[in-house]
Design a protein around this ligand. Structure first.
Ligand code: 8YV
Length: 320
């Protein structure tokens, strides 16, 4: 008998194929009547393939739930405390997306600092022909320092790439990383004061919400830039708009937003920001690898071999 698994959110085709190959799949969010679906299959559901959210209310509706396997490295859409309290294991998809996200971070950084989107808009609007060359950019990565806020696997991969571009690197993470080749700053504000480009690579959640607020934004300075590739909730978007309007910061590049897919209207019309629709890991190759790891966690668990990539917050019995 195939194991019944609930899919939340919108799975990509790699996830759907993997889940349907190995499990009895039930789509929650695209069901005609999600309530009726939960009433019917909820008591039998043993696993969740999470592509949306798994709040406590959902965990409470699934008395036989054993494991929640998330698609993504950041697992803020899952209530891990509620899962832990029930003995439900949670997994994510680390490592397989590290390099893709770090590549995109550097692309976004260059687009922002050298105004590449605005320069392309200039060309496409025929302004190169009519008005001449695009104005020289105030920003440059030459001789600058990049501060990495969140120095985990992705943050360190971005740091290595930054060195390749000749940037000096500094970082802040809650704990100093022993043996790290870059200077550590004890908080976000101190890091922001020391650097020209602040690269946010932090996960979401209560501990990081609005960690980058008006004082931190202003500490980056009027020639500085902020890039956010982590979670939108980390950056106070209204404070960013105010700082841009007041010339307290030169520009920003954002792949993530506080209220995705909605974007603060004050950002949408500005030429000094680059806005990407959360695409850092979004290649077929990497999203396929992430899907494979998500499915591998479910398969491994139900074969009695334990989770492949459990998160630290939930209990991990070696096997089911
Ligand atoms: C994913 C991400 O796109 O892994 C993460 O934490 O932000 C992205 O790579 C997202 O989780 C799924 O849409």
């Amino acid at each position: 008998m195939p194991v019944p698994v609930l899919i939340t959110g919108k799975p990509n085709r790699f996830i759907r194929e993997g889940i349907e190959t190995h499990f009895e799949a039930h789509d929650l969010d695209s069901a005609a009547d999600p309530e009726a679906l939960l009433a019917e299959v909820g008591p039998r559901i043993l696993g969740i393939a999470n592509c949306g959210a798994t709040p406590k209310e959902l965990i409470d509706r699934l008395p036989a739930l054993e494991i929640v396997c998330h698609f993504g490295v950041g697992y803020d859409p899952i209530d891990t405390a509620a899962a832990a309290a029930r003995g439900v294991v949670v997994t994510n998809t680390p490592d397989v997306l590290t390099d893709e996200v770090a590549d995109t971070a550097m692309g976004l950084l260059l687009m922002t600092v050298r105004e590449l989107s605005a320069a392309e808009r200039w060309l496409r609007a025929g302004r190169w022909v009519k008005e001449g060359p695009y104005p020289l950019t105030r920003g440059s990565v030459r001789g600058r320092t990049m501060g990495i806020l969140g120095y985990g696997r992705i943050g360190q991969a971005i740091a290595r790439r930054g060195e390749g571009f000749g940037l000096k690197i500094a970082y802040h993470s809650r704990r100093k990383v022993e043996g790290a080749p870059h200077p550590w700053y004890p908080n976000a504000r101190a890091l922001a004061e020391a650097v020209d480009i602040l690269m946010i690579v932090l996960p979401g959640g209560a501990a990081t919400t609005h960690l980058v607020d008006a004082p931190v934004i202003e500490a980056v300075g009027p020639e500085g830039f902020i890039i956010n590739i982590g979670r939108g909730s980390v950056l106070d978007e209204a404070a960013l708009v105010a700082a841009l309007e007041a010339g307290k910061i030169l520009g920003a590049g954002l792949d993530v937003f506080e209220n995705e897919p909605e974007v603060h209207p004050g950002l949408m019309t500005r030429d000094d920001v680059v806005l990407l629709p959360h695409v850092a890991s979004a290649s077929e190759k990497t999203r396929g690898d992430m899907a494979a790891l998500q499915v591998a966690n479910l398969v491994s668990w139900f074969e009695g071999k334990g989770p492949v990539t459990p998160v630290p917050e939930t209990p991990v019995p070696a096997v089911r």
